[in-house]
Design a protein around this ligand. Structure first.
Ligand SMILES: [Zn+2]
Length: 474
């Protein structure tokens, strides 16, 4: 399926508006970014440096890597905004096959109507759905996709393998999870018994997934985390054992928490605790944990998240679609909590676009906390550095700085949607999503001129349509 040319040894983007999202929030109205191989080697104000255009190393002495290919790609960035590649911290890629279902339900009713369908997935269907979901994410500027997969029907094949393979075909980074459910309806949980697994099977499969697909090295294109689904679909024992296993393997931990008032009521009646108190008692707060939604955190919970370094995946479109509520994100940021953005699964956010989730985060949090409490640049920071911190990749992703990996998005802002706008960053944070001129991941073009560079979109779309129909008929 790959149709791309070999990546340029050096890519120079110049005369663009650069929003670095570095710690100082540096922006250059007319600036440049220089990429060598997988790494950003220069970023700054004004014209690109002479050494870069001459194919020399940053000290101006040696020749750049692979200069024999004379493959310097020079991009005229006039009329464009350059940002770090966006980082999605919460998705359920398989749900791409179940868009449009249960359109007017709240979470528990929505889940109950979809579980029977989801329990019929297999590796082949999930791979098709994952390819579609990640294609749309990439076309909205997303370079790293965090996925939460927790449905593993017996005999369904290597589902995680299909997800990792799809990410590799598109060229995006994947943070996949070996998720789980072990609390069926007969034990007081929400999912039907046929959709859950035993603890022993889950823990064994979790270890295998880490062994097979987790890359702990710099520049990793695939990582694995452990991710029991939610307090109302897993047992306390599974939560505790998963946390211990994840920590012994050195991988991160992820789950849903405090999404709805019904979940609060479930935890209070069953455990006599809020979801945060319950999860903390099971070792599920910590700097290696990120939790999706966190819509209903009280002051105590925000304090505990901040004190323990627990990160949050904020999913405003999904929270609105399911009428879950408005998360207290400005209060979380004030407390020092790392917050990233997530699109959540496409069954509760049929858009699947991360670029537009920035605008949604601005709008929702202004409704929740006031117009001055969610500037556009704060939302952009959540979508980039916030996501990098949430996934534990802030040393190498999330900003345009020398030494970081070359994941960046080039947005066209001189078209009819944005020409003349006062602030180029507002084109992305408040305007229509700008056309994506280029998405680099690890220095390689994944999107060019708004089209996927490495796979045929028509083939992806027809595979998704076939898989969605096949699942609906099962
Ligand atoms: Zn979710």
């Amino acid at each position: 399926m790959s149709t791309s040319a070999p990546p340029a040894a050096r890519t120079i983007i110049e005369r663009a508006y650069i929003a670095t999202v570095d710690p100082a929030g540096s922006e250059f109205a007319v600036g440049f970014v220089v990429v060598d191989g997988t790494t950003i080697v220069a970023v700054g104000d004004g014209s690109s440096p002479q050494w870069a255009r001459d194919g020399l190393t940053p000290d101006g002495v040696g020749a750049t890597r692979d200069s024999s290919r004379a493959s310097i790609r020079l991009i005229d960035g006039r009329g464009h905004l350059v940002t770090p590649g966006l980082i999605n911290t919460h998705h359920h890629l398989y749900q791409w096959l179940t868009r449009g279902y249960a359109q007017d339900s709240i979470l528990f009713d929505w889940l109950t109507s979809l579980y029977p369908l989801w329990a019929r997935i297999d590796a082949e269907l999930v791979e098709a759905g994952a390819l579609g979901a990640m294609a749309v994410a990439a076309k909205s500027g997303c370079s790293t996709v965090g996925d939460h997969h927790y449905v593993f029907p017996s005999g369904a094949g290597d589902i995680l393998g299909g997800i990792v393979k799809a990410a590799g075909e598109l060229g995006v980074r994947i943070h996949a999870t070996r998720g789980s459910m072990d609390l069926g309806q007969s034990q007081g949980g929400l999912p039907p018994d046929f959709a859950v697994e035993s603890i022993d099977a889950i823990l064994a499969a979790s270890g295998e997934a880490v062994e097979r697909y987790h890359d702990a090295g710099r520049g990793a294109m695939a990582q694995i985390a452990l991710a029991p689904c939610s307090p109302f679909s897993v047992t306390a024992e599974l939560l505790r054992e998963s946390a211990a296993l994840g920590r012994s393997l050195g991988v991160r931990l992820h789950t849903h928490g405090s999404e709805t008032v019904e979940e609060d009521a479930f935890c209070l009646s069953k455990f006599g605790k809020t979801p945060t108190q319950y999860l903390e008692d099971l070792d599920w707060l910590g700097s290696d944990v990120w939790m999706a939604h966190c819509v209903h955190l009280d002051d105590h919970a925000i304090g505990r998240f901040a004190a323990t370094g627990t990160a949050v995946a904020h999913c405003p479109s999904s929270n609105a679609r399911l009428a879950a509520g408005i998360a207290r994100v400005p209060a979380m940021l004030d407390a020092g909590i790392s917050v990233g953005l997530g699109v959540d699964g496409a069954a509760s956010n049929e858009s699947g676009q991360l670029g537009t989730e920035i605008r949604m985060a601005v709008l929702m949090n202004r409704l929740g906390a006031g117009a001055d409490r969610m500037p556009g640049r704060t939302a952009l920071r959540m979508a980039t550095m916030g996501g990098a911190k949430t996934l534990g990749r802030d040393g190498e992703l999330g900003s345009l700085e020398v030494g970081k990996l070359a994941d960046l998005a080039v947005w066209k802002i001189d078209g009819v949607e944005h020409a003349g706008i006062l602030d180029p960053v507002a084109a992305l944070t408040l305007g229509a999503q700008p056309p994506l001129a280029l998405l680099l991941v690890n220095g390689v073009a994944v999107v060019e001129d708004g089209q996927l560079a490495r796979v045929d979109e028509v083939v992806v779309a027809s595979a998704v349509a076939r898989a969605s129909t096949a699942l609906a008929l099962r």
